[in-house]
Design a protein around this ligand. Structure first.
Ligand SMILES: Nc1ncnc2c1ncn2[C@@H]1O[C@H](COP(=O)(O)OP(=O)(O)O)[C@@H](O)[C@H]1O
Ligand SMILES: O=P(O)(O)OC[C@H]1O[C@](O)(COP(=O)(O)O)[C@@H](O)[C@@H]1O
Length: 334
């Protein structure tokens, strides 16, 4: 039976969102569903700002970063009036299924809409932070690791030339996935992640121990500390001040910033986005609702929306072990 499906991208944009939209368009066309795209995240839903999405939109889309539907954060949806308006607009537009590509905040919004609207709601995880429980990875995460890694490689060149200490801030909101994996893949010397951060005092002792031990062994060489955002009190300037108190100066801070959200998606993000987009459309019309589609051990799964934020996703254990041996505790036994 023909269905009217609406899709939107919400919260921080992530490379691969377009690949997911493309897969959804093609799968809808094959199933003979009408697909509409709400623009500007939930703002478009509240303003009834939508466009038809057809095969005309899919050409050269898989490789484009950002999102052709645009994204936004939407304060109004956090109020009960906003939720009611969204539900009402979905009813007026005769939508059967709403697909939300976004992070945990966007899923909270979707779950609230689900309390007021009887249609089907499907979430697809799209965020560079990878901080969503129930899926091994989120769309955009792999590209962001790559972008951060190649930026750190470049900083390493000048760090080596001057034998300097660099502090590099990586995004991730309140999670350390991006920082840890960018640090491991760029052979950084130390990484500060929220999952293991106890206090600035304890952490600074560990960092200084590693820097001094490394220098005692090798002489003046470069040292790269990757720091997850929102962890160190007063950020990189706070950490620079702490290092100066330990007689470590000539430190340079680098904040990678929003460059980490851009760029053409790498193959892993395109594959994840494509399979999740196709899988979501295969569920349209079923009685599965208020769920996120995800991937665990390379298989598609469905997860109740509330579990995506209620459960905390742990860092990969093997990555944590590698972090200890190769970075944070490398010189502990010297
Ligand atoms: N508790 C909530 N109730 C309703 N809507 C929410 C809630 N939390 C977030 N949202 C909506 O989702 C949008 C995106 O959330 P945000 O946390 O900024 O990004 P992300 O989805 O990437 O985590 C918010 O701007 C808001 O419109
Ligand atoms: O784009 P803004 O509003 O500056 O937000 C920055 C935040 O967005 C992100 O890039 C992505 O986070 P979300 O996917 O949760 O929106 C975070 O890593 C960062 O903390």
């Amino acid at each position: 039976m023909s269905k009217r499906v609406a899709i939107l991208t919400s919260g921080g944009d992530a490379p691969g969102m377009n690949a997911c939209i493309r897969a959804s368009i093609i799968a809808c066309q094959k199933a003979n569903y009408t697909l509409l795209g709400y623009k500007h995240g939930y703002n478009g839903l509240l303003q009834q700002e939508y466009i038809p999405l057809s095969l005309d939109s899919t050409h050269n889309l898989i490789q484009q970063g950002g999102t052709i539907l645009h994204s936004a954060r939407c304060k109004e949806l956090k109020s009960h009036e906003g939720i009611k308006k969204a539900a009402n607009n979905l009813m007026k537009a005769e939508i059967d299924t709403l697909i939300v590509i976004g992070g945990d905040g966007s899923f909270r919004g979707a779950a609230e809409i689900g309390k007021e609207w009887k249609g089907q709601i499907l979430g697809i995880p799209g965020t560079i932070d990878n901080d969503i429980s129930g899926t091994d990875a989120t769309i955009g995460y792999f590209t962001a690791i790559d972008t951060a890694m190649s930026s750190i490689d470049k900083v390493r060149d000048t760090a080596d030339a001057f034998e300097r200490i660099f502090l590099i801030e990586v995004m991730g909101r309140n999670a350390g996935f991006l920082a840890l994996n960018a640090a491991l893949s760029s052979a950084a010397d130390y990484v500060v992640v929220p999952e293991f951060f106890e206090s600035a005092d304890k952490e600074i002792e560990k960092i200084v121990t590693q820097i001094k031990a490394q220098r005692a062994l090798k002489g003046p060489v470069s040292f790269i500390v990757v720091v997850a955002e929102n962890v160190w009190p007063k950020g990189l300037s706070g950490l620079t001040e702490e290092l100066m108190k330990h007689d470590i100066s000539d430190v340079r801070p680098v904040t990678l910033g929003h460059v980490q959200r851009g760029g053409s998606p790498v193959a892993q993000d395109r594959l994840l986005a494509t399979t999740l987009g196709e899988f979501a459309i295969s569920l349209v019309g079923s009685d599965i609702t208020n769920i996120m589609v995800g991937e665990v051990n390379q298989r598609p799964v469905t997860v109740p929306l509330h579990k995506t934020w209620e459960n905390t996703k742990p860092l990969n254990e093997a990555h944590v072990e590698a972090m200890r041996t190769l970075m944070n505790e490398r010189y502990s036994s010297w």
